[in-house]
Every structure is written in structure tokens, then in C-alpha cells.
Design a protein around this ligand. Structure first.
Ligand code: FMN
Length: 385
């Protein structure tokens, strides 16, 4: 059975970013507009640098799609770089604390940090977002939706209630240039970014993705590398500048008693037809994951992004050629990329859910996947067999 997975290629100032996605079942309708909409969101957000004004990210589908549908062969998505000058870009010899510069230069035995930073750069996430957005074309067929937003920037913290309809939250998030549905908090986030920029400084923050409509049983408790919570954590932690990942209540579980952490189980026969099969919970502190498997409740994943390491007022560093203590290099950079990061988290989470979905219900074509999915839910509703 083909596994759904992807690789990316490309440098920040190379010719293009590429995502190669393997294992998409045949017959999935590929909505290129929805992929490009995610790429545009990734480029936006208050606090980004000049690069995003140069680029106009859009995918060209190079393979794997015929007449708008997948044909089971690998899908290659290409995003051309307008600012393409890999050979001309000057060497960087003063590594930035917090970037990949020093570790990579020593690893690859060079004093030109550019050879590392071109690939370490988060420009690569354009390809990850494209792959994630492609996988959502599959998830959409099964009513699975993912919503990402900014929880906090600096010390400005939002408060978002998921009792509200998702469409309304999406509308408010999309009206906010910091991608946060809480209008008052958006204003504070913007002000903190403005102040950081004026001080030549940078800011990080927290972002969250919620997956709605996922059936129980995705992932597995059998092996460590099959556990979906672990796989989601890896997908989010591997995003440039992410330093912590939480599921559901996250680190707060450590300080509360069990009675306040675990989500009591109920049953409502009138909701038997939902993906949760009628099982209800009084809370969702587990973030929809127990034993490394989805339990039918919304999956909740949060990630913490550190402040951007390229500072207009650079920190101390050492010139790799002369070993003189000096200031770190500066090149055009974001002040805050947390809004963009929320789009990346949303799409990498989507990909992991799609991967687990194909693992459980996989077939060569979407028709087969749908039959497997329907059969599973039908059988699960009949329990005990
Ligand atoms: C959307 C996004 C945009 C970023 N933009 C920049 C940037 O403009 N300048 C910068 O120095 N780092 C930026 N970063 C962070 C670096 O790519 C990251 O810190 C670096 O690759 C080192 O990896 P690490 O922080 O995970 O250790 C960005 C990260 C993300 C997710």
C-alpha cells in the first residue's frame, strides 16, 4: 500500500521550491486555487520583511495530475522564486545567534554561512504548505477541516471560544492581519510588533491548529513511531524556529490532578452519525488524542515559535574567517512571522492527519478509500458485533 509522504527541495534564493508528494490515491480532485490561497496566506501577516513583497507564490503542478485529478503517480508542485540569485548572493561569515549559520558551517566545513542558511531558511515552508494544502483536497472529501490561528505574539494573548461557528471564526481570523480571531488581542499584537520593529528587535508567539471531523482510530498505540501525537509533534517541531509543541491542555497537565485533566465520556444516540459515533466528552483536554490515536474529538495542536534571529540591532558573533568578535550579520528579514507560522502549522498538521487517514483507510483510488471509510464507520456504529 503506498504511504502518503512528501519531500521538499529548493533554496531560499534558488530557482524554485519543490514539493514531491507520494501516495495520493487516484481520483482526488486537486483544487489549485485552494493551494494558492494557502500560499498567499503564508506570505502575508503584519510584521513580515521585504521578501514577501517580491514573491508572488503560486504552484505549478508538474506531475501526478490529469484533468484536475490525481492519477496515483507522484505529484510535484513547483513554486518559482522571483528573487533567484543563489550564485550571486554574497557570503555570510558572521553567524547569527539562533540561526543555523554556525552549526551548519562547522558541519559542512565552510566559513560561508550562506551555504547553510539558504536551505535552513523558512522559505522552504512554502513547499510544505503546498504539500499540506494538497492533502487537504483529500481530507475535504471526508468533511475534515483544519483551522489555524495565532494564539499570542509577545505578551499579547488572545481568547478564542470554539463554541462559535467555525465560519465566523474564520471570517474574523481572515479579517485580522495577525491571523487572530480576537479583535482586541489582534490590536495588541500589532502594537507589540510595531514596538519591536522600532527597537530593531523581533518577536515570537504561540499558534494553534484544530482539526474538525476526524474519525476515531487514526494513528496507533502499537509502536512509538506510529503514535499520531508524536508524529504531529515532529511535524510542528520541525518548522523553522519552533521550540515547543503541545497537544490539548499541553504542559498544564503537569500541575493539575487527574480529575481535572481527563475528559469524561458520555453517549448521545442522536449523534451516532457524526465521526465521533455518538461518544461525547465533557471537555477536550486530551486534544482529541489518546494513546496516540484520534478519539473523535477535535485534534488540538499548539506550537511555540521563538523570535526571529536576524536582528536589525545584531547580537555579538565571531567572524568565521578572522575569529574576531564582532556583530552578527544582518540581511533583509521578518520582525515577526508568527501569523505566517500559523498557516504552516495548519498545513503540516493537515498533512499528518491525511497521512494517518490514508494509512487506515487507504486504497489505490478515492473510491476505494471512501468504501473503506464508510465500511469502518458503519461497522463501528454496530458495536458490539
Ligand atoms: C514563517 C517563518 C519565517 C521566518 N523568517 C525568518 C527571517 O526572516 N529571518 C530569520 O532570521 N529567521 C526567520 N525564520 C526562522 C529561521 O528560519 C530559523 O530560526 C532558522 O532556520 C534556524 O532554525 P531553528 O530556529 O529551528 O533552530 C522564520 C521562520 C518561519 C517559520
Amino acid at each position: 500500500m503506498p504511504q502518503l509522504r512528501y519531500r521538499t527541495a529548493g533554496e531560499s534564493h534558488g530557482k524554485a521550491l519543490i514539493a514531491l508528494v507520494e501516495g495520493m490515491p487516484a481520483g482526488v480532485t486537486v483544487d489549485v486555487n485552494s493551494i494558492n490561497a494557502e500560499l498567499r496566506r503564508r506570505q502575508g501577516g503584519y510584521g513580515r520583511g521585504g521578501r514577501q513583497r517580491i514573491e508572488h507564490d503560486a504552484v505549478e503542478v508538474l506531475s501526478g495530475v490529469r484533468r484536475g485529478k490525481t492519477i496515483a503517480s507522484p505529484v510535484v508542485l513547483q513554486i518559482l522564486n522571483k528573487d533567484s540569485r543563489l550564485d550571486e548572493a554574497p557570503p555570510v561569515t558572521r553567524p547569527r545567534p539562533g540561526h543555523a549559520d554556525l552549526a551548519g558551517s562547522i558541519k559542512w566545513l565552510t566559513t560561508d554561512c550562506r551555504e547553510t542558511l539558504e536551505r535552513a531558511s523558512a522559505r522552504e515552508t512554502a513547499a510544505r504548505v503546498a504539500a499540506g494544502a494538497l492533502s487537504r483536497c483529500l481530507l475535504r472529501e471526508f468533511g475534515i477541516d483544519v483551522f489555524g490561528y495565532v494564539v499570542s505574539i509577545g505578551t499579547a494573548m488572545s481568547s478564542v471560544s470554539f463554541e462559535e461557528p467555525l465560519d465566523e471564526l474564520k471570517r474574523r481570523r481572515d479579517a485580522s492581519d495577525v491571523y487572530c480571531p480576537d479583535e482586541a488581542a489582534s490590536e495588541q499584537m500589532r502594537e507589540q510588533i510595531r514596538q519591536a520593529k522600532a527597537a530593531g528587535d523581533t518577536l515570537g508567539g504561540l499558534v494553534e491548529a484544530r482539526v474538525f471531523g476526524s474519525p476515531p482510530g487514526l494513528g496507533s498505540c502499537v509502536h512509538f513511531d506510529e503514535k499520531l501525537d508524536g508524529r504531529l509533534a515532529q511535524a510542528v517541531m520541525s518548522i523553522q524556529a519552533f521550540k515547543a509543541v503541545e497537544i490539548g491542555l499541553g504542559r498544564d497537565v503537569a500541575s493539575l490532578p487527574g480529575s481535572q485533566v481527563h475528559d469524561e465520556i458520555g453517549f448521545d444516540a442522536s449523534r451516532r452519525d457524526t465521526p465521533a459515533l455518538g461518544f461525547t466528552r465533557k471537555s477536550n483536554n486530551a486534544g482529541g488524542l489518546e494513546g496516540g490515536m484520534t478519539n473523535g474529538q477535535p485534534v488540538v495542536v499548539r506550537g511555540a515559535m521563538k523570535p526571529i534571529s536576524t536582528l536589525l540591532q545584531p547580537l555579538a558573533s565571531v567572524d568565521l574567517n578572522t575569529k574576531e568578535v564582532t556583530k552578527a550579520a544582518y540581511e533583509r528579514s521578518d520582525v515577526c512571522a508568527v501569523p505566517a507560522a500559523s498557516v504552516i502549522v495548519e498545513n503540516v498538521v493537515a498533512f499528518e492527519i491525511a497521512r494517518a487517514f490514508v494509512e487506515k483507510f487507504g486504497g489505490d483510488s478515492i473510491t476505494e478509500v471512501r468504501a473503506n471509510y464508510d465500511n469502518f464507520l458503519r461497522t463501528a456504529r454496530r458495536l458490539p458485533l
